[in-house]
Each structure stands twice: as C-alpha cells, then as structure tokens.
Design a protein around this ligand. Structure first.
Ligand code: CP
Length: 309
C-alpha cells in the first residue's frame, strides 16, 4: 500500500511528487465522503489530535477541526490567546503538557518560521504545519493545487501567477514549491519591494506589470498585503497598490481569455480584488475552502496511518 515519504507535514519542500499525488487521490475519496448524507468515516477513532493555534485563523482552524471530526478522531483545541503562554510558558512546555494527555498528532499554527520543524525534533507526535510565520503553509498550497486540478484537469503545464505580497507570504512559498513540483509554470507579480531577493533561486519569473501577468496566465492567485508582518512602508499608499496590483472586473473582462481567480483568504475586498471579481464565476475561492476539508482529511489520514504502522 502507498504511504507518504514523511512522518510530518512540515512544508511542501519535504514532499516529493508521489506524495502530492497520493494526497490528491486520497482527497478525491474524502471529497466523495463529505458530499454524502452521512459525512463521516470511523477511520481515526483511536487517534487524538491537538490543534494548537498561536496565531489567528478562521479557515485553517475550522477546516482542520472539521476534517478531524469527519475522520472520527478525538480533538482538543488550544488557542494561545486564552492560554498560559500569556504567563510565560515556553512552546516545548506547552506542547509537552498537551502530549501528556496522550495526543498522537499536533496541528500547529505559529508566528515563528520553523516552529513545526523545531517541535518535530523534540516531541514524538506527528506534526502538521498549519502556517509558520512567513515560511510555509503546506495544506493551503495542496488545496490550491487540488482546486486547479479540479478546475483545469491538471496542474502540469499550466501558467500560474501569484500576485501581491510575496515577501511576507507563506502561501506564496508553499504554492511555488507545490506548483513547480507538479510541472506548472510560475510567475510572481507585485511591487519589487514585496518580491524576495532570492526569488530567482526558486525557478520563478518576476512580472511587475499586472496586465501582462494576467494575459500570460491560466490562473491568478491573488494574495493579501500582510500589514501585520510589516514594520515599514513597502509602497506609497493602499490606493496606489490597488491601482497597480488590484484585479477589477474591467481588467478581467478586457483579457482575451477567461482566467481562473484564486484567493487563500482572508480577502481585503477593494484592495487586491474587487467584490465583483471575488464573487464572479471565474473565482473559485469557495471551492478552495471546500477542498481544504478533503485535503486536510487526506493529510491527517495518511500521517495517522504511519503512526498506526
Ligand atoms: N488561508 C488561511 O490560512 O486563512 P486563515 O488565516 O483564516 O486560516
């Protein structure tokens, strides 16, 4: 039987192409399950999962919890804002206390890049990175590629542009790794101040003209400007950013083909994307959210299979 090459999901950079295909095939099965009248399977009745969120989340937190419950796992939720972290407890102490309660898997979002890797070296449970600072967000990239595969039939050979704040985005880095692994052509588009200096080393081209980027692509993944990770100004004003890098319906309709619009959320309507684009039939934003549950079920199921073996 096929299994993942890894014991943790710390980042897309640790996966190979066979891992991605196995996750997608497993997600296909779970997508069928969650569209049944009874949306639940008993697969993980003997597994306990702790969701540790040291940073805010809406989609990822709800999606992981739902995925775990659909697999019949026991679930405990931890939010740093209401915890003893506020009293000075370290990450290792927090997690060791939780693991003493016989937890098998930890899903963790943390503001520090590498927090998941650090944890995997110190504790026995299987770790799933639910976003570590500006580093990686592997399940987001998997659900994004899965949604492209669902919409366009394949990821290989497709032209994908990631638009916006590439510098502070874990979604951008994980998407670049995932898309390149599957043979897509990838460009990034945004102000040069928000493009990392090392971008060439990722095999990605930079296009600073949004119209040209959209004319080239099959899919545009629109990212939010991550103001919470900025301590200086990277562009003159939000109005100017929107004029140069925001997608509106007039621009979209002026292209000579129908491109697919994606967004990982949360959306800043009227900044990186207008409401009429976000709500248009070209946007697959809510399909991404729906696919997130199936992808996370697949990841958890496959990692839990390795714990059981
Ligand atoms: N896409 C995403 O990670 O959203 P949340 O921050 O709401 O989890």
């Amino acid at each position: 039987m096929s299994e993942l090459s890894v014991d943790h999901l710390l980042g897309i950079k640790y996966l190979n192409e066979a891992d991605v295909q196995l996750i997608f095939e497993t997600a296909d099965h779970f997508k069928e399950v969650i569209n049944r009248p009874i949306k639940k399977v008993p697969s993980l009745r003997d597994i306990t999962i702790a969701n540790l969120f040291f940073e805010n989340s809406t989609r990822t937190k709800l999606s992981f919890e739902l995925a775990e419950k659909r697999l019949s796992a026991d679930v405990i939720n931890f939010s740093a804002a209401q915890s003893s972290v506020k009293k000075g407890e370290t990450l290792i102490d927090t997690v060791n206390n939780i693991l003493s309660m016989k937890v098998d898997m930890v899903v963790m979002r943390h503001p520090n890049p590498g927090a998941g890797v650090f944890l995997s070296k110190h504790i026995k449970a299987s770790i799933v990175n639910a976003g570590d600072g500006a580093h990686e967000h592997p399940t987001q990239a998997l659900l994004d590629s899965y949604s492209i595969r669902e919409k366009l039939g394949d990821v290989a050979g497709k032209n994908v542009v990631i638009v916006g704040d590439i510098l502070h985005s874990r979604v951008a880095l994980s998407n670049i790794f995932a898309l390149k692994l599957q043979g897509a052509n990838v460009k990034v588009c945004g102000p040069m101040t928000l493009i990392p200096k090392y971008i060439d080393s990722l095999g990605v081209e930079v296009e600073t003209n949004l119209r040209k980027a959209l004319e080239w692509c099959d899919v545009a993944n629109m990212l939010r400007v991550q103001n919470e990770r900025m301590d200086i100004s990277y562009f003159p004003s939000t109005r100017e950013y929107t004029q140069q890098f925001g997608v509106n319906k007039t621009l979209l309709d002026s292209l000579d083909k129908e491109i697919v619009i994606m967004h990982p959320g949360p959306i800043n309507r009227g900044v990186e994307i207008t409401s009429d684009v976000a709500d248009s039939k070209q946007a697959i934003i809510l399909n991404q959210v729906e696919n997130g549950v199936a992808i996370r079920m697949a990841v958890i199921y496959l990692l839990a299979s390795k714990i059981k073996n």
